[in-house]
Write a protein that binds this ligand. Structure first.
Ligand code: SF4
Length: 356
């Protein structure tokens, strides 16, 4: 393992136990770690009864993204975000598209302390910072300190997370976390999670979502639709109903096309037909804002007024190509207010688009 003692940073949210064991309370695995051992995520180590993060200030990836890529469609549209990630993950998804950084046991990365992340965000005309690519829960100390600094200079913070956080972890981040994209896979089917992600239960994800809602964090949900093994229309509809009842009918839901990757290269990409059936089922569940993702040019990338069906935000992939909302984020035809947090950031893209 390549790391220096200097890179160790004492962990947040852990409990000291007998015989120098510790219990980590960041994610729902709640690993019990022996002295000298590391947690399931590979980036948290017990040294003599103290738990340390091995990846504090050590970014394996940093880049500028349109916020639509997270995806977040109802939060500061058009904004640019500084995306940052460390090594490690608390899931073992066989289809991970970032497996080279999420599943490798090496503690690699470039020194990129919180102050430098915030400065880089400003230097690159970003309006916010996203903790993403790998699971941000496992680098919570780094995300927390960066997010705190980011707020001090007026940037927002977003998580792209599998949602397997403890309620304590959600509360610890809540003051600085403005938005979260919570990623479900295979319609939240518990068997799918056990078999393809090595996750024993999906219940904690729903609990974390309720905690986010209690803390007024803006939430958007994704559901990765995996052909045959994770595309049950019944489950897709059930998830839509849960979102409607627990989080509200205005919660955006993104139905994502699966692409073969990592250990699942023989599973084909999701068909358009399946995605469109999933779209109908999610709308039937009562959700107002359902999107199809990873299919550039599909009409369901855009936002429509739930009252009169007017096209109010036209998108192509991660770009806003037409903004058709009038004052106070209202539909220009019927005046219905479209729930969008923050404001439009028209300067964030290098391509032209119409504001009206
Ligand atoms: S964050 Fe890592 S060490 Fe902590 S409980 Fe989750 S997998 Fe275990």
């Amino acid at each position: 393992m390549v790391h220096s003692y200097m890179s160790l940073h004492e962990a947040m949210l852990y409990t000291k136990m007998e015989n120098k064991k510790v219990s980590c309370n960041l994610c729902a695995r709640r690993c019990l770690i022996n002295d000298g051992g590391t947690g399931f995520c590979m980036v948290r180590k017990n040294e003599g009864g103290t738990l340390f993060s091995l990846v504090y200030g050590k970014a394996i990836s940093a880049s500028i993204d349109p916020i639509e890529k997270k995806p977040l469609s109802h939060f500061n549209p058009g904004a640019l975000v500084m995306s940052v990630a460390t090594m490690g993950c608390n899931f073992r998804c066989q289809f991970c598209d970032n497996w080279m950084i999420s599943q490798d046991k090496t503690i690699a990365g470039k020194d990129f302390p919180p102050g430098d992340v915030v400065k880089a965000a400003g230097d690159n005309s970003c309006q916010g910072i996203s903790y993403t690519y790998t699971e941000p829960t496992i680098f919570l100390e780094y995300a927390h300190d960066t997010a705190k600094l980011a707020h001090q200079v007026g940037f927002f913070n977003t998580f792209v997370t599998n949602g397997y956080m403890t309620p304590e972890a959600v509360k610890a981040m809540a003051s600085y976390l403005d938005a979260a994209t919570v990623d479900f896979k295979g319609g939240a089917d518990p068997e799918f999670y056990k078999t393809f992600s090595s996750v024993p239960s999906v219940v904690p994800i729903f609990e974390a979502l309720k905690e986010m809602k209690r803390n007024s964090i803006h939430i958007e949900i994704t559901n990765l639709i995996v052909p045959k093994i994770g595309d049950s229309i019944e489950r897709i509809k059930d998830l839509g109903v849960w979102i409607r009842d627990a989080l509200g009918k205005d919660t955006p839901l993104h139905l994502l096309r699966f692409h073969p990757d990592y250990k699942m290269t023989t599973t084909p990409a999701t068909s358009l037909e399946t995605l469109e059936k999933a779209y109908v089922a999610s709308k039937e569940a009562g959700l107002n804002y359902v999107y199809i993702g990873n299919v550039p040019g599909h009409p369901s990338e855009s936002t429509y007024c739930p009252n009169c069906n007017e096209l109010v935000i036209k998108r192509y992939a991660f770009e806003i190509v037409r903004w058709n909302l009038v004052k106070d984020m209202r539909c220009p035809v019927c005046g219905t207010e479209i729930p969008i947090k923050g404001k439009l950031h028209p300067g964030g893209h290098s391509f032209p688009y119409a504001l009206f």
